[in-house]
Design a protein around this ligand. Structure first.
Ligand code: KG4
Ligand code: ZN
Length: 348
């Protein structure tokens, strides 16, 4: 049994969590997430402001996580910290703090890949969601479709060729005059939209596609964004906003669902997990659940708290690497981009 402190500062959430366990048997003792609201007035995350806000928040956030878990640093056996990918200045705050804390307390430190964290995050809600499974990770910066045959063995099947799924939600949110981040607002207003009014093309979906085609699993979202922009220009936004949101969301959801369905079917997976902020989208989860039922596969979607950026998922992924004996050197660095560790093959 290991008790581990997780730290996450890759974007605009300062988060810390305490988790304990062994293997797949884990208990989350605390999770504190401080979201930096300041970015909403700029319509997106401002990296320099994010770094400074992390600096102010990191100490009280970690202290609060320890307090809520009813432990002190003396009860912690390891520290896990996100070191990639993300905003380098933001990541550096967490990485420097974690290393200093580990060094001063004589504790081992483990560097965690943020997207691997998102895979583990979903299992904190659903302990039965263990590999092998298909994983669709959809966040503001990444869109990855993976086949996970075991923890630490990730086959990258496809990803976006341009905008990430969450990025598309955020950009379309802006086009529709909605606050940042656009995802939750689009989902909310799309419920009142007319599904028949706008039909945007489903990108990279063709009837003639076969496994092995380069676009069989790959995705693209910038075309839909342009299509929405063109539709916005010719319409009365006040009247059309909800239906435009509905048409956009349906297009993205159908594309993500079809690609994920193909992956689960090809590998014969009975479990599919969703991870990342876009996994909060109920319409996505419902559509996927229905489609996957057709091949007897079960969908596991995270609760909103564990879908968006949080340190619990970092602690969980960190525990996995810690148990493998991995220890970060004192020169552990932050990287804006880095492949997920344990990729067994770039493309299928
Ligand atoms: O994983 P996350 O918290 O941060 C990154 O690692 O990027 O994901 C944030 C993204 C944003 O693009 C946001 O618009 C999107 O998740 N998002 C949603 C919903 N809630 C958050 N997208 C669609 N529907 C939602 N309900
Ligand atoms: Zn994330």
């Amino acid at each position: 049994m290991t008790r581990i402190l997780g730290i996450e500062t890759s974007c605009d959430e300062t988060s810390a969590a305490v988790l304990e366990g062994r293997g797949n048997d884990v208990a989350l003792l605390s999770l504190v997430i401080l979201s930096q609201d300041v970015h909403s007035i700029f319509g997106g995350v401002v990296p320099e402001i994010a770094s400074r806000a992390h600096l102010t928040a990191i100490v009280p956030v970690v202290e609060r996580a320890l307090q809520e878990a009813g432990v002190t640093l003396a009860d912690v056996e390891a520290i896990a910290v996100t070191h990639a990918p993300g905003l380098v200045g933001a990541l550096l705050v967490g990485v420097s703090y974690a290393k200093a804390l580990a060094f001063s307390r004589g504790l081992p430190c483990v560097g965690v890949h943020h997207m691997e964290g998102h895979i583990f995050g979903t299992t904190l809600d659903h302990p039965e969601a263990v590999p092998p499974f298909t994983a669709l990770l959809v966040s503001g910066g990444h869109t990855l479709l993976l086949d996970v045959e075991a923890w630490g063995r990730y086959r990258l099947l496809g990803g976006t060729r341009d905008d990430a799924a969450g990025e598309a939600f955020d950009k379309v949110g802006k086009l529709l005059g909605l606050p940042y981040p656009g995802g939750p607002h689009i989902e909310r207003i799309a419920r009142d939209g007319d599904p028949e009014r706008y039909h945007f093309a489903r990108p990279m979906i063709r009837r003639t596609q076969k496994p092995g085609d380069p676009d069989y699993f790959d995705m693209s979202f910038s075309g839909i964004k342009t299509a929405v922009r063109n539709a916005v220009q010719g319409s009365d936004l006040e009247l059309e906003r909800n239906s435009l949101a509905r048409g956009f969301q349906d297009s993205v959801v159908e594309t993500l669902t079809e690609k994920t369905f193909r992956a689960a079917r090809m590998f014969g997976r009975e479990r599919v997990i969703l991870g990342g902020g876009v996994a909060c989208n109920k319409h996505l989860a419902d559509t996927m659940r229905l489609k996957l039922a057709g091949i007897g596969a079960q969908l596991f979607a995270p609760s909103p708290r564990l879908a968006t950026d949080n340190a619990a998922m970092i602690a969980r992924a960190g525990l996995f690497h810690f148990e493998l004996g991995e220890r970060a050197p004192l020169n552990l660095n932050a990287y804006a981009s880095l492949p997920i560790p344990g990729l067994v093959q770039e493309r299928h």
